[in-house]
Design a protein around this ligand. Structure first.
Ligand code: FEO
Length: 170
């Protein structure tokens, strides 16, 4: 059975993952409005991935006899001054999420909730990848100067991203 404090914290994390999805959908929408269809594709897939993160926590809370309650999702930004600014925000956001995951690990550890700590390890590894991807894309946009032919080529590259559902939990 999940402790009340942990249940509340996991509910907050579900909300944070849903906000992440909403934020990336907002970035997709902004990209679309700028004619950056490849960027829009990348952010839409990112939004889908975040939903899978939320659902992973959702399933776990029920597996441990807890209860999920939906709460209001904060409204994300809707405008960015450039593609570079969007990826700077992406990196900053993922760093923030890493901090949230780390806090959950600490909470689980302090409560000797080893099952939750174990589930969180997947997210610890995922955040390393999320931060790395965001940073590499930020660097690439910076490298091409955020415009012209370079940005067009990068947009084409990002158009190739496809959504891969995460493997089922063991
Ligand atoms: Fe759910 Fe991008 O971390």
């Amino acid at each position: 059975m999940l402790g009340k404090k942990m249940e509340k914290a996991l509910n907050e994390q579900i909300n944070a993952e849903l906000y992440s999805s909403y934020l990336y959908l907002s970035m997709a929408s902004w990209s679309e409005s700028e004619g950056l269809d490849g960027f829009a594709n990348w952010f839409k897939i990112q939004a889908q991935e975040e939903l899978t993160h939320a659902m992973r926590f959702y399933a776990y809370v029920y597996e441990r006899g807890g209860r999920v309650r939906m709460a209001a999702i904060e409204a994300p930004k809707t405008e960015w001054k450039s593609a570079l600014a969007a990826f700077e925000d992406t990196l900053e956001h993922e760093q923030k999420v890493t901090g949230l995951i780390n806090k959950l690990v600490k909470l689980a550890r302090d409560a000797s909730d080893y099952a939750t700590e174990n589930v969180l390890q997947w997210f610890v590894a995922e955040q390393v990848e999320e931060e790395d991807t965001a940073d590499r894309l930020r660097q690439k946009v910076e490298l091409v100067g955020g415009k012209g032919h370079g940005l067009y080529m990068l947009d084409r590259e990002l158009a190739a991203r496809v959504f891969t559902p995460p493997p089922a939990e063991e």
